[in-house]
Design a protein around this ligand. Structure first.
Ligand code: ZN
Length: 281
């Protein structure tokens, strides 16, 4: 099923929309979607929570790559799609945004009422004492601990990971918690093999159940973490629209399906329903 932006606009114009966004929304900000149609399969398997916490070598590799990848993520700016979502929120049509992205770009585009389902890359948590620090501070400490660490960034993946040869990883020195002194530090994002905190999931279910429509933006809904909200909406008789390039695992639940680039569709949608032209930020 493929429907038009006009049908999408008719749904969104009714308001009380909850947006569920995924990696496809951030590709136009230079953060590749490794599951999407333009994304290539990542060269190494994503870090799992189990490997990160149990294997010091894997952890060192993660932080070495992530230390480099963070610079690219930190430089990424919101795109026309993020800005269109913020405009829909300003216009009172979108009640909340649930995002699977960890890049913080919805907030940077001016959206509020954003639930970051998988956490944020710009925060670091101590797995022992629970202290949260900023990624900026972590970056400063890692630079201090690794003054000569120079490596070429080949590619950055959605979790801020980059490809890096083993010999460069070997010389990298990760740092421990600056508060308790010994705690293991981890970006405050949900890794593969880790579950989303139950309270956060419940909050999202509540948002979905209060919605008049759920609009999925740029997610193939491959993982249950996001797909369960679409299933819940469909079970409650709440219409689901999906805007994504390529098929998704939620297509069977959708009443509106637009298969086109988000950077084209979303500004057009915002213009149709708010009656204003796109203003670049
Ligand atoms: Zn600590």
């Amino acid at each position: 099923m493929t429907t038009s932006v006009q049908e999408l606009a008719a749904l969104v114009a009714g308001g009380q929309v909850v947006v569920l966004s995924g990696a496809g929304l951030s590709t136009e900000s230079g953060i590749p979607d490794y599951r999407g149609p333009s994304g290539v399969a990542r060269r190494h398997t994503p870090m799992t929570f189990q490997a990160f916490t149990r294997d010091a070598v894997a952890r060192r590799r993660y932080w070495a790559r992530s230390h480099l990848g963070w610079r690219l993520i930190a430089r990424a700016a919101p795109n026309a799609g993020h800005r269109a979502v913020a405009r829909l929120q300003d216009a009172g049509l979108v009640d909340a945004v649930i995002t699977q992205n960890v890049d913080g770009l919805h907030g940077a585009a001016g959206s509020d009422r954003v639930v970051e389902l998988h956490g944020r890359l710009d925060e670091v948590i101590c797995l022992d004492c629970g202290n949260l620090t900023s990624r900026e501070e972590m970056d400063r400490r890692l630079r201090e601990a690794n003054p000569d660490f120079v490596a070429q960034v080949a590619e950055v993946n959605p979790d801020g990971d980059v490809d890096l040869p083993d010999e460069q990883v070997a010389g990298f020195r990760p740092v421990d918690c600056g508060i308790c002194g010994t705690g293991m530090l981890k970006p405050d994002v949900v890794f593969f093999g880790e579950t989303v905190p139950p309270q956060r999931v419940e909050r999202c279910f509540a948002l979905v159940e209060q919605a008049r429509a759920v609009v999925v933006l740029g997610s193939s809904l491959t993982v249950m973490s996001g797909r369960r909200f679409v299933i819940r909406a469909a079970k409650q008789g709440i219409p689901v629209a999906i805007v994504n390039q390529g098929p998704t695992r939620g297509d069977g639940y959708a009443t509106v399906r637009v298969d086109a680039p988000l950077g084209d569709v979303l500004p057009e949608l915002a213009e149709r329903v708010t009656g204003a032209s796109a203003v670049p930020v």
